[in-house]
Design a protein around this ligand. Structure first.
Ligand code: AHM
Ligand code: MG
Length: 298
């Protein structure tokens, strides 16, 4: 079954199906930019990170597609300084995007991803509770998409014709023992250090690539926890609420997992600025809840 037939079968509106089609049609153009795309662009994003050409191209390709689609009211991108308001006539969706997550791995040819969330109310700053669909596209040895909407998560595989075919539906994030700990160890807080020590003592296996999308995908498949915590010099950690953590938290919860900032549920966040960051612990429900309990005792 194709992605579009899956969306139709599950009762999604024609507009939503069109929007997803607009986004998935940009996968090949973005993949085509990989050759030479690892070169530095000589510019920096709002977070002070040096962009590579591919960061900018992926952003431009998706933005242009949204502009031409007439379906989108607001776009927020990790590569833009503010929310972009599009003057489309019937556009009513809000979209957030990390056009190329994990781009520091491009020069080493490791897996990266595109992360998207959709707000049916069109208002990307209205709070993560208003996300209606979220998905990521993993650009690895295979190109796959993991889509969450309503109450279910499904995975699709990009075929030779450039169409996403259903591979699995009803995905459940299992309890498991992988841990992916981000952030410099010498900047971890004592409380976080204690959490990691406990995971290690309980036989958790380390898997961390430096790209959130494949690291989360691994947790979705095998169970465990991904964390990018508060650091002693960065109390909000590194990852962004709107572009990275929010969409993945939505996917995790729809798959039966959990996502917290240490104390509170990620999906309760109402961002006050577009570049807001948050610490995150995301993965198997029991593992994340135990971490929450441990951190609340500190
Ligand atoms: P990016 O969107 O600019 O690539 O940055 C986000 C990435 C995440 O994919 C990943 O989890 C994190 O940054 C890795 O950071 P670090 O290099 O500190 O481990
Ligand atoms: Mg990113």
């Amino acid at each position: 079954m194709t992605l579009d037939s899956y969306l139709e079968k599950n009762g999604y509106s024609q507009d939503l199906r069109d929007l997803i089609q607009v986004i998935t049609a940009q996968v090949q153009p973005i993949k085509d930019e990989f050759l030479g795309g690892e070169e530095k662009a000589g510019t920096y994003n709002i977070y002070g990170e040096e962009q590579i050409k591919l960061d900018k191209r992926a952003n431009e390709i998706l933005l242009e597609a949204f502009r031409n689609s007439n379906l989108v009211k607001q776009v927020a991108s990790e590569e833009e300084n503010e929310v972009i308001h599009l003057n489309s006539k019937k556009g009513h969706f809000g979209v957030t995007m990390d056009p190329l997550d994990g781009s520091s791995l491009i020069p080493t040819n490791l897996t990266v991803g595109i992360i998207i969330s959709i707000y049916k109310n069109g208002e990307v700053m209205s709070g993560l509770k208003n996300i209606t669909q979220a998905f990521y596209i993993l650009l690895g040895p295979l190109t796959v998409m993991v889509f969450a909407g309503k109450n279910e998560v499904a995975e699709f595989l990009y075929n030779k014709e450039g169409i996403f075919d259903l591979v699995k539906e009803g995905i459940i994030l299992p309890e498991g023992k992988i841990y992916s700990p981000g952030g410099l160890k010498n900047k971890w807080t004592d409380a976080h250090r204690d959490v990691i020590r406990t995971l290690q003592e309980n036989g958790f296996k380390l898997r961390y690539s430096g790209s959130f999308t494949p690291d989360f995908h691994q947790i979705l498949n095998y169970g465990g926890v991904f964390t990018y915590p508060a650091l002693t010099d960065k109390p909000y950690g590194k990852l962004r609420v709107l572009f990275e953590v929010g969409p993945m938290a939505f996917i995790a919860e729809k798959a039966g997992g959990a996502a917290i900032d240490g104390k509170s549920r990620i999906l309760d966040i109402i961002p006050t600025k577009v570049d807001q960051r948050t610490p995150v612990y995301i993965g198997s429900k029991e593992v994340v809840l135990k971490i929450k309990e441990k951190l609340s005792l500190k």
